[in-house]
Design a protein around this ligand. Structure first.
Ligand code: TYM
Length: 328
């Protein structure tokens, strides 16, 4: 076993693809962490079933996600990249943890409340997420701000199990990266950019440069002409400043100075140029990868071969601790 600290995170395959928020809030950090940590990244395909996707579409979206992750810099030579559904211990541990989760506790999860109920899978969603994390004894879980509540539940369930049955799980740090930007919708900058919302306010990592350009040019701006950072008063401009800051590597303060006295037009042109520059290599690499489904399947196969034994080891301990008989 490696003595590096272990990092784990997941991402869902459903939807038109990954967007700028997923990239800046999560996947960019995943790629950056690969040299320092022992990283496990997975496609949360079981979580995606909560929206009962069309099977043919789901299959396509899964391959697309693997190609996107590789194109965004996840390197299978450094990290373990696998599909959640290829390691059956995920739903197995989720069942065990669901028996330790209060009904009220699960009902309080905002994601479930926001979606206005739905199926039992959606209700159990955060418990499966806790299982994903605890199975691998992960120390840190790089996610965007929107996942904070699910990480808190994971910690609670890990601690609850440990205090009831003895030390079994590493309780992960409440680790939402400071720089895990909350990227907003370009047309509705008080709401987060999200796959389910879609529309002209969402910048897909994989789309035509022309579409990206058009969406940035027509992004909602605020009254006034000044480029200043003020999330409440100027949510549109503040969101674009965050995006430009991350894409260009300049601080928000430096950008505000740079665009002092210049209009929104110049500013948006700079945002578009930076985003297109950032995505150019990702888009080129994606086109190569998606043309080679055999390679994408191979990455997942090798990933499951590395993830599986760790998950099985944890589950063997769990089964024993909770009093199940070992299979003869
Ligand atoms: P998912 O697939 O919705 O999103 C993947 C990652 O992208 C981040 N993110 C954002 N960050 C900044 N701005 C935004 N607008 C934005 N939108 C999304 C999310 O925070 C996330 O990090 N439940 C998880 C998947 C999951 C998981 C796990 C994650 C399942 N099991 C175990 C970590 C560990 C989800 O729906 O992510």
């Amino acid at each position: 076993m490696s003595d590096r600290r272990r990092v784990l995170s997941g991402i869902q395959p459903t939807g038109a693809g990954k967007h700028l928020g997923n990239y800046l809030g999560a996947v960019r950090h995943w790629a950056a962490m690969q040299d320092e940590f022992e990283c496990f990244y997975f496609m949360a395909d079981l979580h995606s079933l909560t929206i009962t996707p069309d099977p043919a579409e789901l299959r396509q979206q899964c391959r697309k996600l693997v190609a996107e992750l590789l194109a965004m810099g996840v390197d299978p030579a450094k990290s373990t990249l696998f599909a959640q559904s290829h390691v059956p211990e995920h739903p197995e541990l989720a069942w065990v943890l669901s028996c330790l989760t209060g009904f009220g506790e699960a009902s309080r999860m905002t994601q479930f409340k926001e979606k206005g109920g739905g199926n039992v899978g959606l209700f159990n969603y955060p418990v499966l997420q806790a299982a994903d994390i605890l199975l691998y004894q992960a120390h840190a879980v790089p996610v965007g701000e929107d996942q904070r509540q699910h990480l808190e539940l994971t910690r609670d369930l890990g601690q609850r199990f440990n205090s009831r049955y003895g030390d079994t799980f590493t309780v992960p740090d409440p680790y939402v990266q400071k720089s895990a930007e909350r990227i907003k919708d370009l047309q509705d900058p008080t709401a987060k950019m999200s796959t389910s919302k879609g529309g002209p306010g969402v910048l897909w990592v994989i789309e035509d440069d022309k579409q990206t350009l058009k969406k940035i040019k027509s992004a909602v701006t605020d009254t006034g002409r000044e480029v200043v950072y003020d999330v409440d008063g100027k949510p549109g401009i503040s969101n674009l400043l965050t995006i430009l800051s991350v894409a260009s590597g300049s601080s928000v303060e430096a950008l505000v100075k740079e665009f002092d006295g210049k209009g929104y037009g110049d500013f948006k042109a700079a945002v578009a140029e930076a985003v297109l520059g950032m995505f150019a290599p990702v888009r080129a690499r994606f086109a190569e990868l998606i043309a080679d489904p055999g390679y994408l399947d191979q990455v997942l196969r090798e990933g499951a071969a590395k993830a599986g034994p760790i998950a099985r080891e944890t589950m063997t301990t769990v089964r024993d601790r909770i009093g199940l008989l070992a299979p003869a």
